[in-house]
Design a binder for this molecule. Structure first.
Ligand SMILES: Nc1nc2c(ncn2[C@@H]2O[C@H](COP(=O)(O)OP(=O)(O)OP(=O)(O)O)[C@@H](O)[C@H]2O)c(=O)[nH]1
Ligand SMILES: [Mg+2]
Length: 367
């Protein structure tokens, strides 16, 4: 199998180097155990865990993802060390974002497509970005049941979405989990996200190809869906093209095909295909994969993918700065109280957000 984007981006490599310097020192025998020891049990240190991840050891993979998903400071340090070691082995997958409104059939579709690509000799990891998790306890809850066959498959790995935190935080964890999965040998990664309006951009920033799933009768008529989401799509698939819904699915496909003609294409080399399938009946799913391969294998587009990954890495760095700064302000004894007060005043319309932001930063920086 030829994957043109095998090499990690320069930015990732640079990050790997600096992360390597943060590697925690191994405690001398007899030292009190370092707090990160619980997740390292059985693997020794970050190097040992990384080695086990590289061999595809499932327990190590799950453990490593627990580490990158954790907000505990000692886990964060360990995660940086771990990713620093694993980065040279990451980057070798096709990263696919799958988005669509609740109930459109994302999980059913990933199950069908996942099994299809496993049949072609690939190894599939499924991750999720789910901004609704903190409220609902995870709409991804049903995923393992929707992806029953896939979740039992030896060549698949399904990780329910991490819960809690900001969207940026959730997306960061997913990105890092993706890198760990790649280092473990998974060469096709699906990132499922509920299309409720905010997480799509975060997911489009994580993946090589953004697939928008539609279905008749889910409010996905052209008026119902946000234009911005359609503009993010590299591929549109109308699901549930079966039984009573077949004719309606064909209508949705035609509507979107003509609507897309009005949009300026993101790349001169790629016209966004609008396909239809039935994930439930496993019809048309193979054709979707053919389009993914065509996208992946076009020389102009694989160059585009490499660029996209470099841009993503850079954006990611600033994301990290934003997230870290916010976290520091929230815990800063001087700034946190001021931030809370100003947040209330912004909400009440008493002060502009930009003026409040400046006051918070002034307080935090002590200027
Ligand atoms: N008729 C038909 N039903 C389908 C198809 N794909 C999925 N469904 C049904 O649609 C419902 C929702 O499917 P899911 O795969 O859970 O949808 P989802 O988009 O992952 O949902 P959330 O994760 O809750 O956002 C289930 O009852 C599926 O059986 C299909 O191709 N045809
Ligand atoms: Mg789902």
């Amino acid at each position: 199998m030829s994957i043109s984007t095998r090499k990690a981006s320069t930015a990732d490599t640079a990050r790997s180097r600096s992360a390597g310097m943060l590697r925690p020192s191994t405690p001398a025998p007899g030292d009190a155990p370092t707090p990160a020891d619980d997740v390292l049990a059985g693997f020794g240190d970050a190097d040992g865990l990384a080695r086990a991840v590289r061999t595809g050891n499932r327990r190590a993979l799950a453990r490593a993802i627990t580490v990158v998903e954790s907000d505990r400071p000692d886990h964060r340090r360990l995660a940086e060390a771990l990713l620093g070691i694993l980065l040279p082995d990451a980057g070798g997958s096709v990263r696919l974002g799958i988005s669509g409104v609740p109930g459109v059939g994302k999980s059913t579709f990933i199950e069908a497509l996942g099994l299809h690509v496993i049949g072609g000799g690939h190894q599939v990891a499924v991750l999720a970005v789910d901004p609704s998790s903190p409220r609902t306890g995870g709409s991804i809850l049903g995923d393992k049941t929707r992806m029953q066959e896939l979740s039992r498959h030896a060549d698949a790995f399904i990780r329910p979405s991490p819960t809690g935190g900001t969207l940026g935080g959730v997306a960061r964890r997913t990105r890092e989990a993706m890198l760990v999965c790649e280092a473990a040998g998974f060469d096709v990664i699906f990132v499922e996200t509920v299309g409720v309006g905010q997480s799509e951009t975060a997911v489009a920033d994580l993946v090589d190809m953004f697939v928008l799933l539609l279905a008749p009768g889910t409010g996905d008529d052209l008026q119902g869906i946000k234009k911005g989401i359609v503009e993010l799509a590299d591929l549109i698939v109308v699901n549930k093209a079966d039984g009573d819904l077949a004719a309606a699915a064909e209508r949705v496909r035609r509507d979107y095909t003509s609507a897309l003609r009005m949009l300026r294409p993101a790349s001169p080399h790629w016209t966004v295909p609008v396909l239809q399938c039935s994930a439930l009946m496993n019809e048309g799913v193979a054709a979707v994969w053919t389009e993914v391969e065509r996208y992946r294998d076009m020389p102009e587009l694989s160059a585009g993918t490499a660029t996209r990954r470099r841009v993503q890495a850079r954006a990611w760095m600033w994301n990290e700065v934003n997230e870290a700064l916010r976290a520091r302000i929230r815990t800063d004894p001087r700034a946190s109280g001021v931030a809370e007060t100003l947040e209330a005043r912004v909400t009440a319309g008493e002060i502009t957000p930009s003026a409040a932001a400046r006051l918070i930063l002034d307080k935090f920086l002590g200027t």
